[in-house]
Design a protein around this ligand. Sequence first.
Ligand SMILES: C[S@@+](CC[C@H](N)C(=O)[O-])C[C@H]1O[C@@H](n2cnc3c(N)ncnc32)[C@H](O)[C@@H]1O
Length: 519
Amino acid sequence: MALQTSQDTTARLNAEALHGTIFITDNLPFLKALDTESIDLICIDPPFGKKQTFTGNLKPPLSKDEQRIEQELMESWGVNDPDSAYELGLEYPDQAGTTASFQDIWNFRVRVSKDWLDALEGVNPAAWWLIQSTRYTHGDSHASYIAFMVERMIEIRRVLKPTGSVYLHCDHDANAYLRQMMDAVFSPDNFRNEIVWSYRTGGVSKKYWPRKHDTLLFYVKSNSYSHNPLQERVQYDRPFFTTQIDPKGDYYADVYVRDVWDNIKPLINVSGERTGYPTQKPQALAKRIIEASSNPGDIVLDCFAGCAYVPVAAELTGRKWIACDMSPRAWTIIRRQFHKHPDLGILTEGELASEGIETRLEHADRVIRVRGPQNLPTRTTPDAPEPMRLSTLPEPEFRQRPHETSDEIWQAFVDEWGTRCWYCGTDKPANRRELQLDHIEPNKRDGTNDDCFNRALACAPCNGDKSDRLSVEETINLALEVGRIATPALRDEALAGFHARHEWAKDRWERIKPNRMDI
Ligand SMILES: C[S@@+](CC[C@H](N)C(=O)[O-])C[C@H]1O[C@@H](n2cnc3c(N)ncnc32)[C@H](O)[C@@H]1O
């Protein structure tokens, strides 16, 4: 294919021609081959950084035909054994055809290149420092997992359209680090939600609260993203202001779906949808994301596709889709998903040619295709890298020390005005517990408010009442209300007294400031 330039008005982004294609390859070269700003929605459920191998028992095991087709496909890519699969970045499936598995085990030797990591420091120092700090807090295994994700996420951001959205599925093991990674790659301004998908299935521990939720991080590429708010019907025990009553007499309200999703059931062994692929997610989850964050005809990408919960949901909601997974076994299960699905019945390229099978092609006016590691698309957008370039930061400005210590200011105030509270006028013992040094304007943490022009002597009750909530006048009014000031006339006197002392403190600051700047 001829390389097209940005001036070429007839240019079509390569993703548009890839609808219904599954790439069986490491997703990094695949993502690099996709055109810039060509995808509307990216929804991924990658390994979670759990340091284990996940294996599932397929329901049913591969038939002889499926084994043959899988074998022929791998042979056509030159994959004959685990070593040749590894060379191509593929997971070698078990030969008995009874299981599917993927590795979630990490170190810097596998899938992280030193050259890339060295270059990252100049391109995105925030992500580079995150990887380094993860080494300290969580060790090299976790840090290499984050590095693996950063490299792919930079490409994911590049291929996303400016109007696009991305959802990253994770759990407690890495969500804090992945959130920072997303901030580093997409910017915190583009964070939209941390969605909690909660469920009740699976094992429990009695040593801590059972971990019963996954997290979906939702980011956008820019503020011009599209979002279709979804509604759901919620039942209530008793009426409140928006509740209605249905014919059965139950109270309900139609409300916007919030960021806690507790009504999408995870797949258990008896679920009809269950394929046996490890960590398979329900289509309802993908369907909700796709309906909210894309429109019919949009292109949805899942580059950790597993057995294709995203592509199937995209197909059912009228979106276009592209998928990628490094496991040939994933492809075999995806094929099953597409032709066995009661609403799809879509066949794959190879099967169409098989004798007699055309008759099953009821709903599909097309086929889905598989492509191997040697058959990636050709990128037609200019090659210029488009990472989010973050410059290195200047040195932070540290908090200035106040020009006098609090003890010095307190003593100067007592020497001049005695030990009465500046708010209520009550005389107090001369110690800093009972007669405190208040900030008139709450301390803003930038260190500019600690000097005497912003300080006042306050008895503990007035200081406690004022806290960072009340103004001077409100504090004095409250002292009248609670009886520390006896009469309104004394309140007026206290207010005038306060202002006189404050003016004096400001003058004092002007007098001492030039001499104290070098402290
Ligand atoms: C958590 S599973 C996804 C399961 C999927 N959501 C489903 O419902 O079936 C993660 C998938 O990522 C794939 N994977 C891991 N590393 C990959 C890589 N570098 N490139 C492509 N796929 C990869 C694994 O083969 C596995 O199928």
